[in-house]
Structure formats: structure tokens, C-alpha cells
Design a protein around this ligand. Structure first.
Ligand SMILES: *Cc1c(COP(=O)(O)O)cnc(C)c1O
Length: 410
């Protein structure tokens, strides 16, 4: 068996005396403070500096929103809310988390197929913007507005007639449950004009986890082009154009960090052109993963160490029930390892070729498949990096009935 390439270049956190430090606290000490393992820890200052760096590169006049489904821990959302211009939610549960941060309802939008009548009613009462995903949903919103005597704020979520190339998860192009097919949008806009709805603009989100600046630039070019075509049919001026997100982060050896400069330069050109075409439109970039993923770590503890026919297994108390994405079962086609380190032997010390697995009775419960790690024994901590997004809440905690992990913002 050959050792996989080390993920060393993906270690974003400080390492002091070869121990990972999260939020200024060495991880062993942090584990004591948390009181039990496994846990997720999110580094407040890492989130702040990621957002500050992005803001410094983004052209003026582009608003930044946080899509909170990436990490809806209330403390994280509360922290991020201070640093961005708005929040995007995908359920009423998330809407409450967003409102609890004190963010103004005018800066919160709600996207997602299959919003229930109760959700529509709660959103309309809260005054947040509903991104309409179908003609049926539009009619339910009209009804809701009439029943409540309110004029719901709506944007049209468009399923574009193009896809975001090289995306980890495609959310557009071809048949999709998300948004309204671009060719049906003119009729929807006409219908909105006949109702008492308060039309805000368009939401065009085409995919997730993209590391290719060229693909994102191409998608942005097509997004603005599509928005101009659709704007001709709008019942009132377009106030907002949400161009989605899709900015990816490196997870695997060899993946290059996204090059923001060309993307931002291109957005600056579009901003100017858009002002000429559509007037004073608020342009919104809506990111989840990019803002929080690299600021999070999942920490579990070695419970057993065993050798089976030449393979050394570190059996931990953490696994796919807490961190489905790291096990490779959340959208990966060919399983690859997330960056995993022995928390107190990140770069040095004796090394050992091991597979890190969880306690579940399934061969899918893998955190590292024959990786060279700092030697670890029973009681030592193993950390999975790049775990700040689509971790805790994107995992099947109930599977096998182990306790849920703890979450802390440090
Ligand atoms: C999930 C989602 C996002 C965030 O995607 P990331 O890849 O995490 O940036 C943004 N907008 C919508 C509508 C989403 O569903």
C-alpha cells in the first residue's frame, strides 16, 4: 500500500509544538474545555479574516450574503452576520436563526424548493424576501399575501439555460427541482405584475464547490446576460440581482485555491455594465462554504488501534454519523480523503500508515483511507480539517444511536 500525498499544505491553523491550535487554544486543552469528544470547533478569527480578505478583493458595490445552511450553528451565524450584508435561508428553522442575529428582515432571503404553506406564511409575516421556485409556489404566495393582507416581497429564482462547469455539485441547467426554467420566467413575471406582490429581482444560483476561476467567470457572464434578457419582462425595476455563489475551497492534495482576482475584476466590469443597463441594482454574491469551511475542524478520539492483515486501523469515536462529507458519502463520486491529522503530531514525530475509521458497523465509515499520520494511540485526538461547512447538520446523527457531537465557536 502506498501512502497518499500529505495534506500538509491544507493546514490553515497555527501549529505550536506540532499541535493544532484553534481560536488560540491548543486542541488538547480545547478538548478539556469542551469536556468530551467528538466535537466540531470553529475558529472565529479564521472566519473573520476569510471574510475580510474576500471583502478586500470584491469590487465595491457587490453585497456579500451568507447562505447559512453551510453552517447554521447560531453562534457562527451571529458572528458572520456582523461581517456580511445579508443572510440566505433555506427553511423556517434557518429563518429563525437568521432573525435571532438581529439582521434586518429586508436583508434576509429564503430559497428552496417545496416551501410549505406554514413556511410561506411565516416568511411573509417576517417580511423576508421569498425566492419563488415554481408557478405553484407563486400562487400559494399570492394567496398567503391576500389572506394576511400583506404584499410579500418576492424574487424569481431562475433555473438558467446553462450549467456551471467543473462544479462539485450542479444546481442548474437541464431539468432541476430548483428555480423556474429561464424560458418560463417571462410568463411568471407577467403573472407577478397582475398580483399584489412586491417584485425584487432575480436569484440565479448555478452550482457549488467550484475551484476554477474560468468556470465561475463564464457562469457570471451568462448570468448577467440572462438577467438582462429577463429584465425586459420584469413588472417593475429590478432592485436586486443575486448571482449565487459556488466559490469552492481545496479539500484534496493537488487542489489549487480559488484565484479570486480575475473573478472580482470580471465582476467589477459587470457591475458597471449592469448599472448602465438596469440602473441602481443591488448585486449580491451568496456564499456558504467559502466563508466558513476552512475555519472548522472535527475532532474525535482514538478508541482502539488494531491491525488487520497488514492494515493498521485507528478506530475512533467519530465518523460518518457526525461528518458524512468527510466519509465521502455526501456527493463524492470517487471517495477521497479530507485532510486528517493527528492533533498533537501534525507535521513531525514518528509517522505511521493508518486507516482512520469510525465506530459504525458499515464499511462506509471511513475518515482516512491509508494515510500517513503522526503516530497515534488510544486516547489521542484525530482532527479532520476543512470541516466548517456541511458537517454537523449535514450528517445522520441518529444512525447507530451514538451521542451527537458538540459544537463550539472559539
Ligand atoms: C447551498 C446554497 C448556497 C451556498 O452554496 P455554497 O456552495 O455553500 O457556497 C447558496 N445559495 C443557495 C440557493 C443554496 O442552495
Amino acid at each position: 500500500m502506498k501512502a497518499k500525498l500529505a495534506h500538509a499544505s491544507l493546514v490553515q491553523f497555527p501549529v505550536v509544538e506540532d499541535e493544532l491550535v484553534i481560536g488560540g487554544v491548543p486542541i488538547g486543552q480545547l478538548a478539556g474545555r469542551v469536556g468530551r469528544t467528538p466535537f466540531y470547533a470553529y475558529d472565529r478569527s479564521a472566519i473573520s479574516s476569510r471574510i475580510a480578505d474576500l471583502r478586500a478583493t470584491l469590487p465595491a458595490g457587490i453585497s456579500l450574503h451568507y447562505a447559512i445552511k453551510a453552517n447554521p450553528m447560531p453562534a457562527v451565524v451571529g458572528h458572520v452576520a456582523q461581517l456580511v450584508d445579508g443572510l440566505d435561508v433555506a427553511s423556517v428553522g434557518e429563518m429563525h436563526v437568521a432573525l435571532d442575529t438581529g439582521t434586518c428582515s429586508s436583508a434576509i432571503s429564503f430559497a428552496g424548493p417545496g416551501k410549505s404553506s406554514a413556511e410561506l406564511s411565516a416568511a411573509v409575516k417576517a417580511g423576508i424576501c421569498l425566492n419563488i421556485e415554481s408557478s405553484g409556489e407563486l400562487e400559494r404566495v399570492v394567496q398567503t399575501g391576500e389572506t394576511l393582507g400583506l404584499g410579500p416581497r418576492v424574487a424569481v429564482r431562475v433555473n438558467p439555460d446553462f450549467e456551471l462547469k467543473s462544479s462539485g455539485m450542479k444546481m442548474s441547467g437541464g431539468p432541476k427541482p430548483f428555480g423556474i426554467d429561464a424560458e418560463q420566467v417571462p410568463a411568471i413575471l407577467q403573472r407577478i405584475g397582475e398580483t399584489g406582490l412586491d417584485f425584487q429581482g432575480f436569484h440565479i444560483f448555478s452550482g457549488s464547490q467550484n475551484l476554477k476561476a474560468g468556470s465561475l467567470i463564464e457562469a457570471h457572464d451568462k448570468t448577467f446576460e440572462l438577467a438582462y434578457r429577463l429584465a425586459d419582462h420584469a413588472p417593475s425595476p429590478v432592485n436586486t440581482l443575486n448571482i449565487g455563489g459556488g466559490f469552492g475551497i481545496p479539500y484534496f492534495p493537488g487542489e489549487q485555491r480559488l484565484d479570486l482576482a480575475p473573478i472580482c475584476n470580471n465582476l467589477a466590469e459587470h457591475r458597471d455594465a449592469c448599472r448602465e443597463r438596469l440602473g441602481n441594482v443591488e448585486l449580491v454574491l451568496e456564499l456558504g462554504r467559502y466563508l466558513v469551511a476552512e475555519a472548522g475542524v472535527y475532532v474525535c478520539e482514538v478508541v482502539d488501534k488494531k491491525i488487520s492483515r497488514g492494515t493498521t486501523y485507528l478506530v475512533t469515536n467519530g465518523g460518518l454519523h457526525h461528518h458524512l462529507a468527510a466519509s465521502g458519502n455526501f456527493g463524492q463520486v470517487i471517495r477521497k480523503d479530507y485532510p486528517v491529522v493527528t492533533a498533537h503530531r501534525v507535521h513531525g514525530g514518528p509517522r505511521e500508515l493508518v486507516s482512520v475509521v469510525g465506530p459504525l458497523c458499515t464499511p462506509l465509515d471511513i475518515l482516512a483511507d491509508s494515510m500517513e499520520l503522526g503516530q497515534a494511540d488510544v486516547g489521542d485526538l484525530i482532527a479532520v480539517l476543512q470541516s466548517g461547512a456541511y458537517g454537523f447538520t449535514a450528517s445522520p446523527h441518529l444512525f447507530l444511536g451514538h451521542p451527537a457531537p458538540v459544537e463550539v465557536l472559539v
